[in-house]
Design a protein around this ligand. Structure first.
Ligand SMILES: NC(=O)c1ccc[n+]([C@@H]2O[C@H](COP(=O)([O-])OP(=O)(O)OC[C@H]3O[C@@H](n4cnc5c(N)ncnc54)[C@H](OP(=O)(O)O)[C@@H]3O)[C@@H](O)[C@H]2O)c1
Length: 264
């Protein structure tokens, strides 16, 4: 099991929700945390909270859809701490709407944030991990990256892209000192559904099942950092849904269609 004290952790999307909870959770373990997102005041507040409880934190304003800004995030982390141990690719957003009402530009933009916003930091961090002979990439995807959900086509596509990217990366890194994991939360109570573009709110999607807290997901991320696992489904019964889809896609389509909202 890996000791997290003193480890340098970069977390994207750490100004809110799961990323913020993960930053606080890593700091409680004694890790040195670099928090990145676009809203600087909120980032600074997260870093301040960590410092006030005796931890070490650095806030770096970063738009993950910008390759230059992400490269600057990683190089400024190296300047500040001289190493990087764990990269948590968490920044992301959603779009809620039927395929025909989701603007094509939205598919482009959400892919830039959720998918390329994962690729850029991994590409920047991998040479460092390889040079160090140690490192861990943790990608926050979703159960929506394992089975498509009605009205979330753009979002699901990005989450599937993250899972495919993580699987390929894991196979490339297998047997070496660098680890890669993908974590798939279920619905989590954050600002996610309020800031998502398109139709408003979680209720409109008629999503079934339990709702986790950001802190619950953050604890699972920290556990995965301590003991790297290839893939974590935070709500284990969700694996039944994923398995059912792999074996009987017609049946899962039928179930998904039964529970989706009516067209309005
Ligand atoms: N909530 C759920 O139900 C749920 C379920 C499964 C998976 N997830 C995944 O969990 C991750 C975190 O979501 P959350 O629920 O914590 O949502 P959230 O509360 O809305 O937080 C999203 C975070 O991503 C950041 N972000 C968005 N666009 C960004 C950009 N272009 N550059 C940098 N940062 C950006 C936001 O910061 P700024 O706005 O300050 O940039 C914020 O810190 C996402 O990848 C999401 O897909 C969420």
């Amino acid at each position: 099991m890996r000791e997290l004290r003193g480890q340098v952790v970069v977390i994207t999307g750490a100004s809110a929700g799961i990323g913020q909870a993960a930053a606080l959770a890593f700091a409680r373990e004694g890790a040195r945390v670099v928090v990145a997102a676009r809203r600087e005041a909120r980032l600074q507040a997260v870093a301040r909270a960590i410092r006030e409880s005796g931890g070490e934190a650095l806030a770096l304003r970063t738009d993950v859809a910008s390759r230059q800004e992400v490269e600057a995030l990683i190089s400024r982390t190296m300047e500040a701490f001289g190493r990087l141990d764990i990269l948590v690719c968490n920044a992301g957003r959603g779009f809620i709407g039927w395929v025909e009402e989701t603007p094509v530009e939205e598919y482009e933009q959400i892919m830039a944030v959720n998918f390329l916003g994962t690729v850029y930091p991994v590409r920047a961090a991998l040479p460092i991990f390889q040079r160090q002979g140690a490192g861990h990439v943790i990608i926050i995807s979703s159960v929506a990256g394992k089975r498509g959900t009605p009205l979330l086509s753009a979002y699901c596509a990005t989450k599937f892209a993250q899972v495919g990217f993580a699987e390929a990366l894991r196979a490339e890194l297998a047997g070496g000192p660098v680890a890669a994991s993908v974590i798939c939360p279920i619905v989590t109570a954050t600002e996610f559904f309020d800031v998502a573009g398109g139709r408003r709110g979680r209720e409109g999607l008629r999503l079934r099942g339990p709702i986790h807290t950001a802190e619950h997901v953050a604890r699972a991320i920290v556990r995965c950092a301590r003991r790297p696992r290839p893939e974590v489904l935070i709500f284990p019964p969700a694996r039944v849904w994923v398995l059912l889809n792999a074996l009987l896609p017609r049946l899962t389509d039928w179930i998904a269609a039964r529970v989706r909202p009516a067209r309005t």
